[in-house]
Design a binder for this molecule. Structure first.
Ligand code: COA
Ligand code: AMP
Length: 633
């Protein structure tokens, strides 16, 4: 089939409001949008400014009312606990309504914030949808973050409640959440009114009287409650999702209700080529944007069954678990990060475990979250014999900026490229002078304003940071902070970040935040953290520290403390395992640390001696230190 992509993209470009107005008709509104876009509202304009809707209604009730009450909505498959459960759309409505009732009775109102700090269990999805149902704004915090990170988020969004579980389960260990939550509440200035704790059998939590409530008991008393979906403005926030910025203070990305629904619903057919009723699987975590958009909201908006997988691509129990889940639940499409495939490939290089399962209904693999290296893409294509589609997006956008839109007819795949801009995104590659560069030339990738529906209207409570972080570098554009190029066919190539964000196992992390932690150690005078290439995780953080004069403790002891400190302050997800003590850091004559050059040395890449370097000998010292730790190619 000839792709309709160019035609559809041109139609959007000629009439963006007509395009999104049509897409909006696929959803149910309490008050349908008459005005599609208002350029004078918000920071760069707002989508569907006069409409009223409810995201939970569209994800749940609409399907119960319109022919899918008995269809599976959530398939929970948890190899790590050996359990599995299925929830129909009717079950989902009951579970969400009961939880919504509990929240209302405890005083949560429209606009209030609720933090959700939970593992990959159905209750996490119920929590998100219960908030959406009553117009409360959820903020899900990934379970791999430490108490201090949770505290930062509590202080930033000032939640009325925290919904949590007693524990998460990682291979070989049970992660007790409650002590982390208690510590976070202790650390934060803002105190939530109450918490609801879902007790899991692997570790029961102690509840503090008056503040903590047992989830299951509360929900049982609310069983059967009818809680209508609250009409809310399309422009009201649905959620806040914190993501790494360049400092220790994460950015609270705000998602609205109307634009988010419209873009996500459109994407399910046009990009993923999925029909209502099919089984869709995003193997991510509800704590990340991929989890928000493609475990929870998009598949449910589209009337699909979504897989909620609590496990890992390898080790739970083996590298065949993805194929087991696909065949057992008849998954049509899988979306995950390339790192998951690198992990599988390492354990089962010949794909022998694939042969054990019937994958006939499986149509496509989608990859995102980090650069999809051509080797991994090729391996997946060879072994699975289905299209492997790289697509590029960010927490800030909530859906793909560039993709190969299968539902419009697949475009030829070029390895290393997430293909072409999606409707809504006018992408330009800009030079340092702010002007577009020629095809094939590297530059900063920017999106001409306005951003399409679902993209962030601002950062929570911080319009100035939003403008400063994204809109000021190139006036009239949103700066993605990714660098790369576009070829003659308008295929994009995403090559690097322009800031100090690194990507570790598909997780977005700030080296600046890690440097803040290292610098807080009493023996450290200065430090630098870089992302060194890693064959499994893509990148791994590597820290260099210069000790204060007079410190004569063993370097190995200090390095161990630094590793522990990052784990304690940021969390295990930082995967910070290497700290190296050096005599000096390489700097320019004006004092700027040459992190880029250090990264090249760590990766064994050629590098040009920076003309402005203060003392070239320092680079030799860094190279020697890295060699001793096995870096440097
Ligand atoms: N709660 C608590 N701890 C968590 C956690 C969670 N939800 N998720 C991860 N961690 C911990 C891990 O246990 C690990 O701890 P350790 O240092 O004690 O071993 C640490 O954080 C680092 O985790 P991770 O980077 O995920 O490494 P891993 O070795 O556990 O697994 C992969 C590697 C590739 C298997 C894993 O990253 C993966 O499945 N990735 C899939 C892609 C993905 O989910 N991407 C998200 C965006 S699409
Ligand atoms: P996150 O906000 O966690 O989704 O991370 C977004 C960042 O991950 C992007 O800005 C990119 O740097 C990187 N990223 C995501 N998807 C891709 C991709 N397909 N190719 C290259 N980089 C990607």
């Amino acid at each position: 089939m000839e792709s309709r992509y160019h035609q559809v993209y041109a139609r959007w470009k000629a009439d963006p409001q007509g395009f999104w107005g049509d897409a909006a008709r696929e959803l149910s509104w309490f008050k349908s949008p008459e005005r599609i876009f208002d350029p004078d509202r918000g920071i760069y304009g707002r989508w569907f400014p006069d409409a009223e809707c409810n995201t939970c209604y569209n994800c749940v009730d609409r399907h119960v009312e319109q022919g899918r009450p008995g269809q599976n909505a959530i398939i929970y498959d948890s190899p790590i606990t050996g359990t599995a459960e299925k929830y129909t759309y009717s079950d989902l409505k009951d579970a969400v309504s009961a939880l919504a009732k509990v929240l209302i009775e405890k005083g949560v109102e429209k606009g209030d914030r609720v933090i959700v700090y939970m593992p990959m269990i159905p209750q996490a999805v119920f929590a998100m949808l219960a908030c959406a149902r009553i117009g409360a704004v959820h903020s899900v915090v990934f379970g791999g973050f430490a108490a201090r990170e949770l505290a930062t988020r509590i202080d930033d969004c000032a939640p009325k409640a925290v919904l949590s579980a007693s524990c998460g389960i990682e291979p070989g260990r049970v992660v007790a959440y409650k002590p982390l939550l208690d510590e976070a509440i202790e650390l934060s200035r803002h105190k939530p009114d109450f918490t609801l704790i879902y007790q899991r059998p692997q570790a029961e939590a102690n509840l503090i009287e008056g503040r903590d409530h047992d989830w299951s008991t509360q929900v049982a008393t609310a069983a059967g409650a009818e809680v209508p979906c609250t009409p809310i403005k399309a422009t009201d926030p649905l959620y806040i999702l914190y993501t790494s910025g360049t400092t220790g203070q994460p950015k609270g990305v705000v998602r609205d209700n109307g634009g988010h629904m419209v873009a996500l619903k459109w994407s399910m057919k046009a990009i993923y080529d999925i029909d209502p009723g099919e089984v869709y699987w995003a193997a991510s975590d509800v704590g990340w944007v991929v989890g928000h958009s493609y475990i929870v909201y998009a598949p449910l908006l589209h009337g699909c069954a979504t897989i909620l997988f609590e496990g890992k691509p390898v080790g739970t129990p083996d590298a065949g678990v993805f194929w087991r889940v696909i065949s057992e639940h008849k998954v049509a499409s899988l979306f995950t990060a390339p790192t998951a495939f690198r992990a599988i490939k390492k354990e089962d290089p010949d794909g022998a475990l694939i042969e054990k399962y019937d994958l006939t209904g499986f149509r496509t693999l989608f990859l995102a979250g980090e650069r999809a290296d051509p080797d991994t893409v090729q391996w997946a294509e060879d072994k699975l014999q289905v299209p492997v589609i790289d697509h590029w997006w960010q927490t800030e956008t909530g859906w793909a900026i560039a993709a190969n839109p299968l539902g419009l007819g697949m475009l030829p795949v070029k390895h290393g490229s997430p293909t072409v801009p999606m409707p809504g995104y006018d992408i330009q590659v800009l030079g340092t002078d702010g002007h577009p560069v020629e095809a094939g030339q590297m530059g900063s990738i920017a999106v001409r304003l306005p951003l399409p529906p679902s993209c962030l209207p601002t950062l929570w409570g911080n319009d100035e940071r939003f403008k400063g972080s994204y809109l000021s570098e190139f006036p009239g554009y949103y700066a993605t902070a990714d660098a790369g190029y576009m070829d003659e066919d308008d295929y994009l190539y995403i090559m690097a970040r322009t800031d100090d964000i690194i990507n570790v196992a598909g997780h977005r992390l700030s080296t600046g935040a890690m440097e803040e932690v290292l610098a807080s150690h009493p023996d450290v005078a200065e430090c630098a953290v870089i992302g060194a290439a890693d064959s499994l995780k893509g990148q791994i953080p590597t820290g260099f520290v210069v000790l204060k004069a007079g410190v004569d403790r063993a370097h190995a002891d200090i390095e161990k403390e630094l590793i522990g400190l990052v784990r304690q302050k940021i969390g295990p997800v930082a995967a910070f395992k290497t700290a190296i003590t050096v005599g000096r850091l390489p700097k320019t004559r004006s004092g700027k640390i040459l992190r880029g050059t250090m990264r090249k040395i760590a990766d064994g890449e050629e590098f040009k001696m920076p003309a402005t370097i203060d003392d070239p000998v320092v680079l030799d010292e860094i190279a020697t230190a890295l060699k001793q730790r096995g870096f440097g190619g």
